[in-house]
Design a protein around this ligand. Structure first.
Ligand code: GTP
Ligand code: ZN
Length: 360
C-alpha cells in the first residue's frame, strides 16, 4: 500500500481537494479503467469504483470521464466506492478521437515525464520523434527521448548527438535493457512522486524498459486485489505502479495507439526555428511556399533550414488545419447531448413497439 505522496499527490491537488470542502470524501488515484469501473489506489486503499449518479449525469463529454492518472474524490460507503469528483488535470496525453467528428480523448492524466522511446535497431525517424514531442508538449508534460537497444548500434552516440542538435532543449539518452547499459542516465528523471509514461512504436522496447525501471516490483500480469461494490475481493488490472526509485510508472496499452493531436503551440515549439523566421515574412499569413519576401524559403535557399524539415512542417500544419476545421464544424457538447436524446427516444420507441407486439 502506498501513501498519497508516493502516488504523486502534491500541494496543488491538496488545495483542489480541500476546496471541495467535503470531509466525507477521500482522495484516490485512478490506476486502471475498465468498462464502467475504475480501480482506485489511495492510502490503505485499492478499490474498484463506479461513478456517482451525480457525476455521471453531469458528465456529457467522454473527455471528462476519469482516466488513468486522474486524481478523484471518492465516497466510501459500506465497502463500495463511488467517484464524486475528478480533480482538474495538471497535464494529459490526448489522442485524436476516431471518426469524423474529431475530438481529443485523454488517455492518461497528470503525467510529468513522457519517455519517447525509439529503437536503434531500426532507423530512428526524427520526424516521428518530433511529432510525438508535439503531442507531449501539447498536454503539458516534459519529454525525454530514450534511444533503446544501444547494444545493437555501434554508432549510438552519433545518432544521439544528431538528435540533440535537431531537438533543441530536449534531453536524449541511449540505453540497453538487455545489456543494462545507460540505465543510470535515467535515474535523475525517475524521482519520487514523478509520474512517467512511455510512448513509442511497437517494438521500441517500452515493455523491456518498464521492466527495468520497475524491477521485481512489476508483476507481469499487472493485477491488483481490490474490493468491489459489495465488498468482495476481486482481482483487477492495474496500469499504474510505484517503482523502487519512487517514480510512478503508467503502463497502459491504450497509449500504444496514440494518434496525432497537435495544436499550433506544440508544432511551433518543435519548429521554433521556422516559427521565428516566419515572423520576418513579408505577409503575415505567408504559407512559406511561393510568396515574395518569404523569410523561411530564403533560409532554406541559404542552407539554414533543411528542405525536408520545411516540407515536414508544412505537412503537419496542413494536417492540423484540416482537423481543426472538422472540429469547428461541430459545436462542443452539442452532439453528445443530442445523441443522448436520440438514443432515449429510440429506447422509448422500442419499449412501445414491444408493448404493442410490433417488430422493428
Ligand atoms: N538487443 C536488445 N533487444 C531489446 C532491448 N530491449 C528490448 N529488446 C527486444 O526488442 C523487442 C521488443 O521489445 P519490447 O520491450 O517488447 O517493445 P515494446 O515497445 O514494449 O513493444 P510493444 O509491446 O509491441 O509496444 C523484444 O524482442 C525485446 O527482447 C535491448 O536493449 N537490446
Ligand atoms: Zn513565409
Amino acid at each position: 500500500m502506498h501513501d498519497l505522496i508516493s502516488l504523486g499527490w502534491s500541494q496543488v491537488f491538496e488545495s483542489l481537494f480541500l476546496s471541495l470542502n467535503d470531509p466525507t470524501l477521500v482522495p484516490a488515484r485512478v490506476a486502471a479503467v475498465d468498462r464502467g469501473r475504475w480501480t482506485l489506489l489511495g492510502p490503505d486503499l485499492a478499490v474498484s469504483a463506479t461513478l456517482s449518479g451525480r457525476l455521471s449525469n453531469q458528465t456529457l463529454n467522454a473527455e471528462d470521464l476519469p482516466v488513468v492518472g486522474d486524481w478523484v474524490a471518492a465516497r466510501m460507503e459500506g465497502g463500495s466506492a463511488m467517484i464524486e469528483h475528478v480533480l482538474p488535470r495538471r497535464t494529459s496525453l490526448m489522442r485524436k478521437a476516431a471518426g469524423r467528428a474529431q475530438r481529443a480523448q485523454p488517455l492518461c492524466a497528470n503525467i510529468d515525464l513522457v519517455i519517447v522511446a525509439s529503437a536503434l535497431d531500426a532507423k530512428v525517424s526524427p520526424n516521428r520523434v518530433e511529432r510525438t514531442l508535439a503531442v507531449v508538449w501539447d498536454g503539458g508534460a516534459v519529454p525525454l527521448v530514450v534511444l533503446t537497444k544501444v547494444d545493437l548500434a555501434p554508432d549510438a552516440e552519433e545518432i544521439a548527438d544528431e538528435l540533440r542538435a535537431r531537438l533543441l532543449g530536449v534531453d536524449v539518452v541511449a540505453t540497453s535493457s538487455r545489456a543494462e547499459d545507460g540505465l543510470d542516465a535515467l535515474r535523475p528523471y525517475l524521482q519520487p512522486g514523478r509520474t512517467v509514461v512511455l510512448l513509442g512504436a511497437s517494438g521500441a522496447g517500452k515493455s523491456s524498459l518498464v521492466n527495468r525501471i520497475l524491477g521485481q516490483e512489476h508483476q507481469a500480469t499487472g493485477e491488483v486485489r481490490a474490493d468491489d461494490a459489495r465488498g468482495r475481493h476481486v482481482t483487477t488490472r492495474r496500469e499504474l505502479f510505484v517503482a523502487p526509485s519512487g517514480a510512478i510508472v503508467v503502463d497502459t496499452p491504450g497509449l500504444r495507439e496514440l494518434g496525432l493531436w497537435e495544436a499550433e503551440g506544440g508544432l511551433d515549439a518543435v519548429f521554433a526555428d521556422i516559427a521565428a523566421l516566419a515572423l520576418k515574412c513579408r505577409f503575415r499569413d505567408c504559407s512559406h511556399s511561393d510568396e515574395p519576401g518569404c523569410a523561411v524559403v530564403r533560409a532554406v535557399g541559404q542552407g539554414q533550414i533543411a528542405p525536408d524539415r520545411l516540407e515536414h512542417y508544412l505537412r503537419l500544419r496542413a494536417e492540423l488545419a484540416s482537423s481543426r476545421e472538422r472540429l469547428e464544424a461541430r459545436s462542443p457538447g452539442h452532439d453528445d447531448k443530442r445523441w443522448k436524446t436520440v438514443s432515449k427516444s429510440l429506447r422509448q420507441r422500442d419499449k412501445l413497439h414491444n408493448k404493442l407486439g410490433l417488430k422493428h
